[in-house]
Design a protein around this ligand. Sequence first.
Ligand SMILES: Nc1ncnc2c1ncn2[C@@H]1O[C@H](COP(=O)(O)OP(=O)(O)OP(=O)(O)O)[C@@H](O)[C@H]1O
Ligand SMILES: CCCC(=O)O
Length: 355
Amino acid sequence: MNNYNILTINPGSTSTKVSLFKNNELVFEQVLRHPAEELNAYATLLDQYEYRKEKIESFLEEKGIKLTDLNAISCRGGLIGPIPSGTYAIDEALFTRLSTDVVHASNLAGIIGYNMAKELNIPSYITDPVTVDEMAPIAKVTGIPGVRRKSKFHALNQKAVARRAAKQLNKRYDESNFIVVHIGGGISIGAHELGKVVDVNNVIDGDGPLAPTRAGSIPVESVIDLCFSGEYKSAQEFKEFVSQRAGLTAYLGTSDVRDVQDMMEQGNEEAKMLYEAMAYQISKNVGAMATVLRGKVDAIVITGGVAYSKQFIRLLKERIDFIGEVIIIPGEEEMLALAEGALRVLRGEEAAKTL
Ligand SMILES: Nc1ncnc2c1ncn2[C@@H]1O[C@H](COP(=O)(O)OP(=O)(O)OP(=O)(O)O)[C@@H](O)[C@H]1O
Ligand SMILES: CCCC(=O)O
């Protein structure tokens, strides 16, 4: 079997993760941090393209990696409209889609990867971007004609950990039902029915539980009042608050759940209430997803950074473990999932999709 050297790229709001894989074996992983004073020099996310590309290339050079040894570049996919799950070859059409209206850092991965790959004459891919949409039509209905619920979530990690949980249970992913709970800066809770995420809260646009940096669902009347209160100068400013500085951050000035736990230990009652409210709201959403799956749940899979906290998991389990087995997969497997997505295509196990 051929060996493939795969570079994976995963940009976040303040860092870019890069990894090198030999097939699905990790050779190294590095988080390239981007201090606020450096990012502040760029008016838009798209303007950060050259800066982040150069950071990646100079890191690889320092590391002694010859770019000509790469066989493919696999990139986190961003907000590109609803598309089916899978690995997509980045061609001109996808590149254009990724470059249009860039409001999430993950879009930058494919923009950088495509240009690097073009210079090297190798393929570039995205796998399971944030806007993977497998939602059932009934899950999209709202009470306002023309307004539809949208699928925007941690698709890459949710799919990867669900596949891993299926393996752990000696089952196939497409023959299993899971509720996957990703608890990071944002929180997504997805109902995976026979390999499809048929319902999930929209992490990006304000839906689901309150989260470390995100507001979650807010009563609509209060949202309308805030929009017209004059507190926010523009729709953009309010949107940025809701998605970046709300949730735990707005109340406690930190998005780090470890800090919140420390505050609780020091007797901070507000921190305790918020911590418990976050667990309560997550549990309530898990309960809702159990009804989506008609109670047929092979396991609840908990993942993301907060899944490292035994204290938080204990709180969740108190409310949800009557539903089914709870499997904890802390952190995220995005880099491996990217390498594996590209590998399936390179090995001919799956055809690369195009838009
Ligand atoms: N051991 C731990 N105990 C409690 N919380 C933890 C622990 N390790 C990490 N976290 C929390 O996990 C959160 C970050 O999770 P993660 O790294 O998955 O988020 P992210 O990648 O920034 O955002 P997202 O997952 O939404 O893309 C932070 O609130 C952090 O405090
Ligand atoms: C769904 C992608 C992660 C985030 O922006 O919270």
